[in-house]
Write a new protein. Structure first.
Length: 498
């Protein structure tokens, strides 16, 4: 060949695995970034409240702080730029609970929840109560976690929990089973009923997971096709026969005092009504959220309303992640982080990670870990996984390392740069230790640990100066500022727009 002859340029077409990985990473980062941005505005009701942290609009990651710990154990949680809340923490717990064939391991997830109590950030009452019951009650399993707690309407609990705390974490089911709607739905049922018993939460979780799965499996769907598919999907929902949930359903009916299927049908009608609202993108976003009950204290955290809001946001803007995310997280008065997180999973899986702004993606807490999670879910989704390598073989590690982080924080023996081991999450290094006095007079110790897996967590341990009063035992360590009416005090079967 002559030296003057132009060389042919070889362009390698991305493999199926590369394309799937890019979209799965997009879903994970899309969810986590919106969670981090929306966490800042979640409880702020006016621009004047934003002004207290020096901004009039959230358009970037910020360093900020918030009181947390409940009424009796209040302390200040200092949040660095790009750090995420419970929405993303529990999404990661779900990803680690998947088997190589896409099946969900609810026993593993229950164990994740027990462990999560020690590092939860921003969690609400329902999920916290569920995790505490799993940890403290020997009879509690994922399919028998009928906890009780106190709400504004008195003693309520599991069968009344219809919030969005399950819907926000179920995207990994869809990514692991993009061509298997049945396996996705079965896993979501197991996941949701571990913490939330009201059909509103279950139906909302199933709907958002099916939307993620549909977008992962089928390209170039129109808005009308997406809305129609989801409506048909909700209409066909029923308790999966293969899960053998008869005992759970019987206990549910005993606790609730009414037939479960009647309650399920009510939630299905509610979800279909909300999907009709979500499918109309002509009204303003704020007006749509208002119609869905997203600004009303008693309904703003609804498992159906928030899902419909996220779907509406996606139908409005299926490609411009930055534009829609900033609109969501600055719609003050709504559950900004959770709606944003669910929207982010939808748009991320459709357009891929390369369309998400680098200024957010690369500055996101645990960015490298999200890549690992996306790789693991890609292997599982393509049925090319021999194991879920997100799980750490702790018994093997324990042979070499035995400094238990939970014991160290409880005993106040943890120090910076210390090598530690968590019984489920594996080994890591302590990056910082901080202790502060709480409202109750005790002390909260916080230890930031960078795990070898790539995830960073802040372990927490409270020590009382004196034995707690009876009412203190009811207090949750998380959820101190989250409105609880949407979780427990919304009348069963009621409309989200009532």
């Amino acid at each position: 060949m002559s030296r003057d002859t132009p060389r042919a340029i070889s362009v390698t077409k991305p493999s199926i695995e590369d394309r799937v990985l890019d979209r799965y990473l997009g879903a994970l980062l899309g969810a986590a970034i919106a969670d981090a941005l929306g966490w800042i505005t979640e409880f702020r009701k006016s621009r004047s409240e934003l002004a207290k942290i020096g901004v009039s609009l959230v358009d970037r990651f910020l360093t900020w702080s918030k009181p947390t710990g409940g009424r009796f154990h209040t302390y200040i949680d200092y949040v660095s730029e790009g750090e995420y809340s419970d929405d993303t923490q529990l999404l990661l717990c779900t990803a680690r609970s998947l088997e190589p064939d896409g099946h969900f391991n609810p026993d593993r997830f229950a164990e994740e929840l027990r462990a999560w109590l020690d590092y939860a950030r921003g969690a609400g009452a329902a999920i916290t109560a569920a995790a505490r019951n799993l940890r403290g009650t020997s009879r509690a399993r994922w399919d028998s976690n009928f906890y009780k707690t106190r709400g504004r309407a008195g003693r309520r609990g599991y069968v009344d929990a219809g919030g969005n705390g399950a819907a926000m974490r179920v995207a990994p089911h869809a990514l692991a089973n993009r061509h298997d709607a049945q396996r996705t739905a079965e896993g979501v049922w197991q996941n949701a009923i571990t913490t939330h018993g009201h059909p509103r939460a279950i139906v909302g979780s199933l709907t958002i997971a099916e939307c993620v799965r549909l977008l992962a499996a089928v390209d170039n769907l129109t808005k009308k096709e997406i809305a129609s598919h989801l409506t048909d999907f909700v209409e066909g929902l029923d308790v999966p026969a293969r899960l053998a949930l008869d005992s759970w359903q019987s206990q549910w009916e005993k606790e609730a005092g009414r037939p479960f299927r009647k309650a399920l049908d009510e939630a299905k009608r509610e979800m279909k009504s909300m999907l009709r609202v979500a499918g109309d993108t002509r009204p303003s976003f704020e007006r749509t959220l208002s119609e869905l009950g997203c600004f009303t204290p008693a309904t703003k955290g609804s498992g159906t309303g928030c899902v419909a809001a996220a779907i509406n946001a996606f139908l409005r803007e299926p490609f411009d992640y930055r534009k829609a995310t900033l609109r969501i997280v600055n719609t003050l008065g709504a559950d900004t982080d959770t709606i944003g997180s669910m929207y982010g999973a939808l748009v991320g899986v459709r357009m891929g990670s390369t369309r998400i702004p680098d200024v957010w993606a690369t500055r996101m807490q645990d960015y490298e870990y999200f890549i690992s999670v996306a790789e693991a879910l890609t292997k599982i989704g393509l049925r090319d996984a021999a194991e879920n390598y997100l799980r750490v073989d702790v018994p093997m590690v324990r042979k070499r390392e035995s400094s238990d982080i939970i014991e160290l924080t409880r005993e106040r023996r943890v120090t910076k740069n210390q090598r530690v081991l968590h019984y489920l999450l594996g080994p890591g290094w302590v990056q910082a230790v901080h202790e502060q006095r709480t409202r109750s007079g005790g002390r909260m110790l916080l230890a930031d640990v960078s795990l070898d897996s790539g995830q960073s967590v802040r372990f927490r341990s409270f020590r009382a100066d004196s034995p707690p009063k009876e009412r203190d035992r009811e207090a949750e360590l998380e959820g101190g500022g989250r409105p609880q009416a949407s979780l427990f005090d919304w009348p069963a079967g009621g409309s989200s727009t009532a």
